[in-house]
Design a binder for this molecule. Structure first.
Ligand code: B12
Length: 167
């Protein structure tokens, strides 16, 4: 018997789990012909191992809030360097609020909005679609239809801009 078409690797951190659990529930209800496996990777090393040892297309799912975004972007860079070939999808509060910043920080897809069955569909489509993965895009999963593109420029620190309330 051959392996799955798609490996969904959850970069699973105990601090932020509710979004993933909701997403998995939606995925369970989602009817698809794609054979997929779900892996809970509880560290960067476990994520690297999951990418390098599993066969099939790999989608790494991330869920985080803004305070963890910078540290996780560094972790993402390490994972991409040591285990290339996976598509990294960021969802949750930060990706929703700052999709362009999320793409600029290195994620391939920023999923904006609710993790409904529709976002599971678009996450799956990102790797099952022939050709290049949905890189450098923000996928709208809620009512918002925003589309964003990576700018590849880092945001300037907010402190460099004059305050509108001063003077
Ligand atoms: C529950 C909660 C927590 C719990 C989380 C428990 C857990 N195990 O998940 C606890 C108490 C641990 C927590 C901690 C913190 N929290 Co809190 N928390 C919340 C709260 C009340 C609800 C979030 C939630 O779970 N919603 C339900 C889930 C299902 O929704 P969701 O996470 O948004 O996920 C949905 C979508 O975003 C999407 N999605 C999510 N992940 C993914 C991934 C992929 C791949 C895809 C496709 C989609 C997707 O699908 C999901 C279903 O629709 C919100 C406030 C609010 N009302 O939203 C604050 C909130 C998220 N927290 C916040 C903050 C600041 C913190 C702390 C920094 C507080 C602190 N000073 O310590 C810490 C940070 C912890 C950390 N390391 O990240 C801020 C975040 C602001 C920001 N810009 O990021 C919020 C918005 C509160 C606020 N208004 O300030 N928090």
């Amino acid at each position: 018997m051959s392996g799955p078409d798609l490996v969904l690797i959850l970069r699973y951190r105990k601090a932020v789990t509710y979004g993933f659990h909701t997403l998995l529930a939606a995925l369970e209800e989602h009817v698809t012909g794609t054979r997929y496996e779900v892996v809970f990777a509880e560290s960067a090393q476990a994520t690297i191992e999951a990418i390098t040892t599993r066969r099939g297309r790999k989608l790494v799912l991330w869920s985080f809030y803004s305070p963890d975004a910078a540290a996780l972007a560094e972790e993402l860079a390490t994972i991409k360097e040591q285990a290339p070939g996976a598509v990294h999808v960021a969802g949750g509060v930060h990706a929703t609020a700052e999709p362009v910043q999320t793409l600029d920080a290195g994620w391939d897809v920023a999923a904006v909005g609710e993790g409904s069955g529709r976002s599971s569909t678009s996450s799956t489509a990102a790797v099952t679609r022939p050709g290049s993965p949905a890189s450098s895009t923000a996928t709208s999963t809620g009512s918002s239809r925003a589309r964003a593109r990576r700018t590849r420029s880092r945001s300037a620190p907010t402190g460099r801009f004059p305050s509108r309330t001063s003077g």
